[in-house]
Structures are given as C-alpha cells and as structure tokens.
Design a protein around this ligand. Structure first.
Ligand code: SAM
Length: 281
C-alpha cells in the first residue's frame, strides 16, 4: 500500500486496496465482497456489541466488515482461509491499534475458545455461502457459547433458520435453531450490494443463544430424530421414525404417530428427543 497508514480513518477505499494488491474474488472460497462501508457499518450496528466482547469474524476477505467492526471500538479476531488477503489484511492490522488479529485457517476447524483465549465473544460474519450452513451447525451444536451471532446468509438459508412449524422452509435447521438460540432476520441485502453479485438475495440473521444450553446427549438425540423425520418429511412419524422406535417414541412424547414432521413444532421434537434419550442405553 502507498503511504503510511496510521489509523482506520486514512485507509484507502476497499476497491483501491483490492486493486493495489491485484485481488479478485475466487468463487471456490464463496467470495462476494461488501465494499460499501454504509452497509458494513449497518451490519456492525445490528450486531449490537457489548464493550467487553471480542468479535470472531469468519472470512474478512478485503476487510470491509472488519473495518466497520473496528470502528465500533471492538477487538476482532478474524479467521480467513484465503492467504492471498494477507498483505491487505496486514495493512488493516497495522491501522487497528492492536485490536485486530488475523488467523489464516479453516473456520470449520478452529477452536473458537482458543481464538478468544477464554474471553467472552460474539460472531459477526458475511459468511462464505458454500460453508455457511456447516458453520452454523458447528456453532449451534458445539461447545462454543458466544454472546450473539450476527450472520449473513443466502436468504433461502435465513428463511430455513427462522421458519415456523408448517412453513415451507420449516425443517431440521429451524428445529435445531429453535432449540438452541432465538433467531431473527434483521436485514435483507440485495445481490447488487456485493462484488461480484451472487445469484440470490441475502439476509442478515441475528442469533442469541438460549440461557440454558441443551445437554449434549439431548442435542444428539434431537439431531437423530429430526434427521429421520425430515429425511421423509411427508411420511407419518410411525414410518419415518420406524428405525428409532417411532410408535413408542410418539406415545412417550404424547404425540399421534400419524403426524408428519412438518406439523411437529420444536417443543414436540424436544419431547421426542427426550423419549429417544431415555430409551438409548
Ligand atoms: N467479509 C468480507 C466481505 O464482507 O466483503 C468477505 C465475505 S465473503 C462472502 C466470505 C469470506 O470467507 C471470503 O474472504 C473467503 O475467502 C472466506 N472463507 C471461505 N471459506 C472459509 C473458511 N472455511 N474459513 C475461513 N474463511 C473462509
């Protein structure tokens, strides 16, 4: 980069930073950049970060959202898989006054508590679409307990996370989310806001983990039940849950075995999971 960068206020525009480092988006890494700081600032504001939190940002890329997060005064640990961004992100680290560190790794594999060094954390990310759902499932089912997660997904995925029973988008992801977080869609972002534009509209979802997490064995049973039930979503539970003991589980949970997965609400799925857990030796 030309000149000396001393703080966030004199960083060059993101497009210039990308051009200066000869960087273009790589589809294989799900790269769709937000280069408009008005949008990234809005996302950082929606994240509503408490002052003591350290933010984990997955995929800083050229650093537009990272800049907006740093502007709020937050500390940020960014995890980026594409090492091409190192020189550009080094400039941002230099301008961050010691509040940004960047780890070049696969976010699916990192241990978030180690990244945070046991400090309280939140996640904010314009997620790479190709691994967005896998990352969300990792956070919903793993030991990491962030204060909040503010995440950009394809809108179709955002709808699957926030769907209610009987909605078309209702399925495993909605049940898992309802059992572990409160989730709210907070902003739609049109495709043209990204460089390059994706084929679909995106949406930001804000998730707050529930105060008392489910026991790991109950979560495991819930995942088994929902996988079986939604694997054959049009079939009656007696048949879709047959290999898990469908009739017995429904009876223990006080549900008719004639019901179909799409009509079973998250609290009923939890009762089925409890029945399965008590049955499993
Ligand atoms: N945050 C930037 C922005 O908003 O302009 C870039 C967002 S882009 C949708 C997704 C970013 O995630 C890219 O920088 C990509 O290289 C990175 N990425 C993709 N897969 C990743 C993974 N498994 N772990 C960490 N970063 C990943």
């Amino acid at each position: 980069m030309q000149g000396t960068v001393t703080d966030l206020s004199n960083l060059p525009p993101l497009r210039d930073s990308l051009a200066a480092h000869g960087l273009i988006a790589n589809k294989g890494f799900g790269q769709h950049f937000l280069l408009d700081l008005n949008i990234t600032r809005k996302i950082a504001k929606l994240a509503d970060l408490k002052p003591d939190l350290t933010v984990i940002e997955v995929g800083p890329g050229p650093g537009g959202l990272t800049r907006a997060l740093l502007e709020t005064g937050a500390r940020v640990v960014a995890v980026e898989k594409d090492v091409r961004f190192k020189p550009l992100l080094d400039d941002l680290v230099a301008a961050s006054g010691g509040r940004l560190s960047v780890v070049f790794d696969d976010a699916l594999k990192v241990d978030e508590s180690r990244l945070l060094q046991d400090r309280p954390g939140a996640v904010v990310s314009n997620l790479p679409y190709n691994v967005g759902t896998a990352l969300l499932i990792k956070w919903l089912t793993g030991p990491f307990r962030p204060d909040s997660l503010t995440l950009m997904f394809q809108r179709e995925v955002a709808d699957r996370i926030t769907a209610a029973v009987n909605d078309d988008a209702y399925g495993r992801l909605a049940v898992l989310a309802a059992a572990t977080v409160s989730a709210r869609k907070v902003m739609d972002v049109p495709a043209q806001a990204f460089t390059p534009p994706p084929k679909v509209t995106s949406a930001v979802v804000r998730l707050i983990p529930t105060p008392s997490p489910l026991a790991p064995d109950l979560l495991e049973s819930l995942q088994k039940i929902t996988a079986a039930a939604f694997g054959q979503r049009r079939k009656m539970l007696r048949s879709s849950l047959k290999t898990l003991g469908g009739e017995y589980l429904c009876q223990s949970a006080g549900l008719s075995a004639d019901r179909r997965a799409e009509t079973v609400d998250p609290s009923e799925f939890l009762r089925l999971a409890q029945a399965l857990r008590s049955r499993t030796p």
